[in-house]
Design a protein around this ligand. Structure first.
Ligand SMILES: [Zn+2]
Length: 209
């Protein structure tokens, strides 16, 4: 199904998992929001991972073939990382898991980040801050904020609470930040209600018998 008419899904409570959810089956058909270069640019914009100006510049400087190629790289990265998460969700990461993350560190070696001191004086009192910028030189640089989101998931999230939605045909994942860690569904709208309706039907059927 064409991703262009459907907004991407951001319900994971962790950008790295939102990236894994960039392919999903919200209704009946699978939608891959990064199935080509234009899709990747659109997803990065919706995820607010790349400044709009950088996306516009990339759109005018890179060829569609180059952007399609980087989208293919992004999909490969996504499915590799999905394997990493699926194998380890539900328990804390172990030190030995670092070995498997070498591909992310290889990306970081090519990253072109630089810091910049900025000041915000809108409230009358100047507030100084250190902002991280990035040189968006090649189409491949579009992968860097994604790599960063995946690395943050590893470094900042407790994998004990990384979960897959319990919906029988749902592939969405999320970080359960609820108190008591009782979250079971990607969202009530997508799977929670579906489960409620199924349970209700089952009860009705049992009553009929
Ligand atoms: Zn679900």
């Amino acid at each position: 199904m064409d991703y262009r008419h459907i907004p991407a899904i951001f319900l994971a409570d962790a950008p790295g998992l939102d990236f894994l959810n960039s392919v999903a089956t919200p209704v009946d058909e699978e939608v891959d929001w990064i199935s080509d270069g234009e899709g990747l640019l659109g997803w990065l914009e919706q995820a607010e991972l790349v400044p709009r100006a950088a996306l516009a510049a990339m759109r005018s400087q890179a060829t569609p073939a180059e952007l399609d190629a980087v989208a293919a790289q992004a999909r490969a990265l996504r499915e590799w990382f999905r394997g990493f998460v699926q194998k380890r969700k539900g328990r804390p990461l172990a030190a030995r898991d670092l070995r498997e993350l070498a591909p992310l560190n290889q990306f970081f070696e090519r990253d072109e980040q630089y810091g910049e001191i900025v000041v915000d004086a809108t409230n009358g009192v100047p507030v100084f801050g250190l902002r991280a910028n990035r040189r968006w030189k090649s189409p491949e640089s579009l992968l860097m904020p994604i790599v960063e989101a995946l690395a943050r998931l590893v470094c900042d999230e407790d994998f004990t609470h990384v979960k897959a939605c319990e919906g029988p045909r749902c592939t969405l994942m999320f970080a359960d930040h609820t108190r008591g860690h009782a979250r079971r569904w990607c969202s009530m709208a997508i799977c929670g209600n579906r489960a409620k309706v199924a349970a209700h039907r089952k009860r009705l059927k049992e009553r009929e018998r």
